[in-house]
Design a protein around this ligand. Sequence first.
Ligand SMILES: Cc1cc2nc3c(=O)[nH]c(=O)nc-3n(C[C@H](O)[C@H](O)[C@H](O)COP(=O)(O)OP(=O)(O)OC[C@H]3O[C@@H](n4cnc5c(N)ncnc54)[C@H](O)[C@@H]3O)c2cc1C
Length: 559
Amino acid sequence: MLEHDVLIIGAGLAGMRAAIAARAGGANAAIISKVHPVRSHSSAAQGGINAALTDRGDEWEDHAYDTIKGSDYLGDQDAIEVMCRSAGQSLIDMEHMGVTFNRDEEGKLGTRAFGGQRRARTFFVGDFTGQALLHVMFEQLIKSGVQRYEEWFVTSLIIEEGQVAGVTALEIRTGKLHAIRAKSVIFCSGGCGRLFEPSTNALIVTGDGMALAYNAGAKLMDMEMVQYHPTTISGSGVLLSEAARGEGAYLRDKNGERFMEKYAPNMMELASRDVVSRSEQTEINAGNGVNGCVLLDCTHLGEKLIMEKLGQIRELGLDLTGKDMIKELVPIRPGMHYIMGGIKTDIDGQTNLPGVYAAGECANVSVHGGNRLGANSLLDTIVFGERSGTHAAAFTRGQSYINVNEGEVVAREEQRLQGMLDRPDNGDRWGKIRLAMGDSMNRNVAVFRNKEGIEETIQELQELKTRYTSVPVHNKGKVFNTDLIFALELGFMLDCAETIAVSALERKESRGAQFRIDYPKRDDENWLKHIVVSQGEVGPELSNLPVTITKWTPEERKY
Ligand SMILES: Cc1cc2nc3c(=O)[nH]c(=O)nc-3n(C[C@H](O)[C@H](O)[C@H](O)COP(=O)(O)OP(=O)(O)OC[C@H]3O[C@@H](n4cnc5c(N)ncnc54)[C@H](O)[C@@H]3O)c2cc1C
């Protein structure tokens, strides 16, 4: 039987960092990914990674304060302290591993300004930072000797004696189902952006790990906090990085006005993302937009800077809107981008289930709270990926494997999948349900929300869940059966969508990314707390946890 001390689900930045750390901690570590590792969504990150470097006159406390304010005081300050304190070293580590960060005229690591931060502390590689980091991390992964299961799809968790004891996984190339036993499992399976349509996320970002953990008894937290990014392309949802505004781009309405003056007179276009997205949507709703968009103006930045630092997004704009940002304004709008919520963990990645860890976008260590600052997510993946890997390796030392009856486990899971393949062809295809879910979420659980809308979505999700049970799988083959995989992903997505909608309904205030038009004010007295979702007998069960405050008292948030 395949077995490993530490099994990492997901080979994005969080997963690879965790795997390398677990191996360095002496564990027999393995990593499993449904796509080739460098195709993970981390490779799509454009803008950069934050760190406060002391020799630049920056301090981790300032980074922490900006992050806490950005989170609308929902982030746990102990976790934020850990992340911001470690950021400098993590950045230097990445540089030493071989990431060729852009440098300034003096030859020092270059920075660009990012939203919601009083200092330029975002380090970057052109506008393809994620790809640069991920490729270097992949080299390190190969060097480390970690076992890789590439293009293997985790279908379920093996639970024995009430504990997670490994996973079942489909080898996509052959269609063979395997059981992999593990003393410890680390979820690094990424976000769930695609349960909104459109989204900036890759099509593979379907919340598999969150749903698997949730259904095994892990707690999810802050699921209502969904980030809409201010600059996405209408229709496709493709992202034009905040790097554009970081380099000095303006946002204009149809009359050419820089409307952010009204909403964030100090930070203007570089206010935090929730604030900018809300301002844009307000202008669009008031009829001041152009075809449901506002305009991104880079024309004053000059061709040289654009070609050097924003080349990829210029091409995206050109291909997808026909506008050349060197000389034209590009229509953009707020679009779903990131989930702040996720599997609740402590600062070492531990969940409430023994031996089960989580890191990266699928996790919620609570460093982003109600709104993540741009370029804090790559940092989160590196810092907490490493901490989880290190901790899991130590946890498994001296532990023995839980007994798993391989034949039985594989047979049971094969039977379940065969059941899906054998369904009669009279239900809706997965694509239809996925789109209906995405539309509903984007209609009612978006930048502006209210009770009626969220209730409508909860109702629609119930109906979609019922229809999901008869989704047919047309491809009956073994080799690369993506039809089956997409059907399985849809099940995970529906579970995640439900946790988001019920949490959004529960929070009766406006904070960070959650703006309730029926409760437009932040209400610290009643809602300065986390909403936790657990899988109950008949569906999601909600509870609360306090927010950890160390030294930054909540205050009014202005930019
Ligand atoms: C377009 C875009 C631009 C961004 N730009 C920035 C930026 O500039 N700065 C920043 O800080 N953040 C940025 N972000 C956010 C950031 O990139 C992500 O939050 C982060 O990279 C997530 O990393 P991860 O390791 O948690 O997950 P991912 O990189 O998404 O990796 C998830 C992994 O899990 C695997 N997996 C999932 N389900 C299964 C399964 N069932 N079986 C097996 N494997 C599975 C996948 O194969 C994959 O390897 C951006 C995000 C997007 C979408």
